[in-house]
Design a protein around this ligand. Structure first.
Ligand SMILES: Cc1cc2nc3c(=O)[nH]c(=O)nc-3n(C[C@H](O)[C@H](O)[C@H](O)COP(=O)(O)OP(=O)(O)OC[C@H]3O[C@@H](n4cnc5c(N)ncnc54)[C@H](O)[C@@H]3O)c2cc1C
Length: 406
């Protein structure tokens, strides 16, 4: 392959957005997309939500096969990249073949974390990352009465709410003192906990999982000092690890992900990284985010750079999660300092928005079933506006009226 070729490893959200941005720019680079998964690139968010509800629900494709053909993008599915030879500027593929690159983009995402010390395969213990995982989980949910979810993060709670809606008895076991503890404020954790419990989901916080007891390839119970817990189906949803081994083995700088600069370039000037696997600078810290916004916006920045532009990634990150009747929307980031939180009631019972200020400046907003307030807050944060906290708290006052929007 000639030196003007761009090879992208991974066929997820970041990789496909990067292709789309390159194609939209109309440049004459040859683009080759390679991914480990055998199926056409698809949306991951529905896998813990609508996809689990109906046995015949298909995946939602990011692009049809014909789009790649028409765009002249070569798509190689079911191809795992085993190694990068940076001297020779080639990739070593699982098939043993080699592939040259001019510029290389790593969009390798993350993989689900497993429980240390547990055997790799038990028929009723599941992980959720890919469409293949989701199909297996869906079939298992259909065949069980009770679901135990280990991990009270976004994916665990989404699956818990979906299973509860399907009439299953659901228990969530969370090791930490609150739900979604790494990603949301204590006030939002408490609100979501109350809503899930009211919907009949059993949630145990600061809980010890206990020793797993297996019989004939199945997990039958968890044996904790406080007693035994029978298991029908168990989902392990304890977070994700970046797929950074490929980068690390080739000598690229890595640190909880592949280290990139604000233009998504790694420590090798011809290699870039985007999406869940990339660890990037923002403000005084380095971050690695797992969200669609992050994957897509980083891909846009990388496309600009690959085409000679000077874009930098300086986002106001946003995220959403659907948990039963709750639609959670979050925008902004807070750092380690103290927060001043202002509550604003939403339009219906159970709806609210939490406005988090640091040193008098609005930094982050979390909403539950309050999309209109969330959209106003997002525009404020994107434009650096910071309304008076006292006025924000007054739910009788439309948010839009507090500060003019661009
Ligand atoms: C169940 C679920 C629900 C989610 N819900 C939400 C949500 O509601 N909102 C939200 O914002 N985000 C959500 N996310 C997160 C979101 O899906 C990710 O942030 C996004 O997929 C990241 O895109 P990516 O391209 O970086 O990685 P991925 O989409 O993970 O794609 C990476 C691809 O690279 C492939 N790959 C890895 N290593 C290699 C290799 N060596 N060779 C070849 N291929 C390789 C992988 O197989 C994978 O196909 C959810 C994720 C999951 C799993």
């Amino acid at each position: 392959m000639s030196t003007d070729s761009i090879v992208i490893v991974g066929v997820g959200h970041a990789a496909v957005q990067l292709c789309a941005s390159l194609v939209e720019a109309g440049q004459e680079h040859r683009v080759h997309l390679l991914g480990h998964e055998p199926e056409l690139p698809y949306q991951r968010p529905p896998l813990s939500k609508s996809f689990l509800k109906k046995a015949d629900e298909p995946t939602q494709l990011l692009r049809e096969a014909s789009w790649f053909e028409q765009a002249g993008v070569k798509l190689s599915l079911g191809q795992t990249v085993q190694a990068i030879d940076r001297q020779a500027k080639t990739l070593i593929l699982g098939s043993g073949a080699t592939l040259g690159y001019g510029q290389l983009v790593l969009a390798t995402g993350t993989r689900a974390r497993t429980l240390p010390g547990w055997p790799a395969h038990a028929s009723n213990v599941r992980l959720l990352r890919s469409a293949q995982d989701a199909r297996a989980l869906r079939a298992a949910i259909g065949a069980c009465q009770a679901v135990t979810v280990v991990g009270g993060g976004f994916i665990g709670l989404e699956v818990a709410a979906t299973c509860a809606a399907l009439g299953k008895a659901v228990t969530v076991l969370e090791a930490g003192p609150r739900l979604m503890g790494r990603a949301v404020s204590p006030a939002l954790s408490a609100h979501v906990l109350a809503q899930h419990r009211a919907a009949g989901i059993g949630i145990e916080l600061a809980t010890e999982l206990g020793e797993p007891v297996f019989h004939e390839g199945r997990l039958v119970r968890l044996q904790a000092p406080t007693g035994a817990r029978e298991v029908d189906l168990l989902l392990v949803a304890i977070g994700a690890l970046p797929n950074a081994e490929l980068a690390q083995a080739s000598g690229l700088a890595c640190d909880n992900g592949v280290r990139v600069d604000a233009g998504m370039r790694t420590s090798d000037p011809d290699i870039w990284a985007v999406g869940d696997c990339a660890q990037f600078p923002l403000g005084s810290q380095r971050w690695r985010l797992e969200s669609i916004q992050n994957a897509q916006d980083q891909a846009r920045v990388a496309a600009s750079r690959l085409l000679g532009g000077a874009a930098i990634y300086r986002p106001v990150p946003w995220f959403w999660s659907e948990q039963g009747a709750m639609r959670l929307q979050m925008v902004g980031l807070t750092d380690a300092g103290p927060l001043q939180t202002v509550r604003r009631a939403g339009p219906q019972p159970g709806a609210l928005s939490l406005f988090h200020y640091q040193q008098g400046v609005l930094r982050c907003v979390e909403s539950v079933n309050a999309p209109a307030d969330y959209m106003v807050a997002r525009k404020w944060l994107e434009s650096g506006a910071s309304p008076d906290p006292k006025r924000v708290a007054d739910a009788g006052q439309p948010l839009r009226s507090l500060l003019p929007l661009a």
